[in-house]
Design a binder for this molecule. Sequence first.
Ligand code: IPE
Length: 271
Amino acid sequence: MKSSNLIIIKLGGSVVTFKEKPLTPNYDGIEKILGVLNEIKENFKIIIVHGGGSFGHYWSVKYDMHTKPYPYSDLGVSVVHDSMIELNHIITNKFIESKLKPYSIQPSAFVFNSKADPARIHDIVDMTSGNDLIPITFGDIIHTSGNNFSILSGDTIMSMLCTELHPKFSIFTTNVDGLYSDMSKGEIVREIQVDEADIGNILSEGKEKIEHSDSPFDVTGGMKRKMTESIQIANSGTPVYLINGFHPERILDIIHDRHYIGTCIRMRSGS
Ligand code: IPE
């Protein structure tokens, strides 16, 4: 069942930081989205997930840390985690300045050994049922088992939350307009209809389409991971929208069922 007034939004690292400039927040990128959030909070419960951009990814590359569980360097684990807390703090401060009420949740509060705990996820929603708090979580380095840690992408967190909570909309923002069908002409794919069988196909046939936005600082797989997670979410019944976070008014277009620029991934009708 869909939660009719819940919207889950990923603020991509390429929106909240300058991805190519180490440890540099993009205040304009963060601020632009706040006005839209202030508007939609009147009618929707919001959950925010943000990425690592030039904070988490920068240090993950330096310490050679990836999404595979492994006994990575202790210092690397500390530094990556710390950089994500710092970025989260920068973002939540901006939220508070603009009169939004964020409540930070480290992903280790609901992900154990790479699996999401459904009860903890539902607690996040319960926590906000009678107030205006906006839960905000983020990609991070988290413990898996034994001495192992792994990078958990905000995109994976999106699919953990969306497949459990069935929001009305799931929106991924990045620094591009959507999924390109032809990079050179700047053409965007408007809609992709998927079913379970499509994950492998889309990832292999659409290789050139989905690898376009990877940057030198990216340990979680760029557009490719976004597609894998989006297909999971779409298959659970929630449409996924990939839009440009520097044009957050497109979120309003989606909510109000107007024409928008971006890519929608939804379950194939009849499947
Ligand atoms: C990455 O999160 C988190 C770390 C590297 C610690 P994401 O994979 O969601 O980040 P972006 O959105 O691609 O920057």
